[in-house]
Ligand binder design. Structure first.
Ligand code: CA2
Length: 144
């Protein structure tokens, strides 16, 4: 089983800026945690980050036939990207939406996720554990 983790804009800054909001764990730390969990269930992981909306769209398009599930933290594009939603809607690969923070407990503009209706489900608010929970959700999705 292969799971594609996609990370959107500014997540490369995790652990380096605004630790009071996003904590001190870096994206590389999170990737290491995900890889450790994945190894236990024999799951192969591809873990990517980009600041580019078009790159996210391309990766979602290319996932078909290559991956069994997508776990996506689209960061700011969660709330704005019709293009990303269209790509997820068109993909045969099911996606799990994840966020470090509880987007529903933050500013009003973060409450709406444009991609939520085309994802299988959403996990948010658990910090870095949202990623390993997202992995579990992806694994359970594809074993049904
Ligand atoms: O809680 C999440 O995972 C978010 O996807 C994070 C996004 C935010 O726009 C979403 O509403 C919720 C922001 C990612 C930016 O991460 C930074 C990390 C360190 C310093 C600055 C930004």
């Amino acid at each position: 089983m292969k799971v594609l983790f996609l990370n959107g804009p500014n997540l490369n800054l995790l652990g380096q800026r605004q630790p009071e909001i996003y904590g001190r764990t870096t994206l590389a730390d999170i990737e290491a945690q995900v890889r450790q969990h994945a190894a236990a269930s024999g799951t192969a992981i591809d873990f990517r980050q980009t600041n580019d909306e078009g790159q996210l769209v391309t990766w979602v398009q290319e996932a078909a036939g290559q991956f069994d599930a997508i776990v996506i933290n689209a960061a700011g594009y969660t709330h704005t990207s019709v293009a990303l939603r269209d790509a997820l809607a068109a993909s045969p690969v099911q996606a799990v939406e994840i966020h470090l923070s509880n987007i529903h407990a933050r500013e009003e503009f973060r409450h709406n996720s444009i991609i939520a209706p085309v994802c299988k489900g959403q996990i948010c608010g658990f910090g870095p554990a949202s990623y390993t929970l997202g992995l579990e959700a992806a694994v359970s999705l594809t074993s049904k």
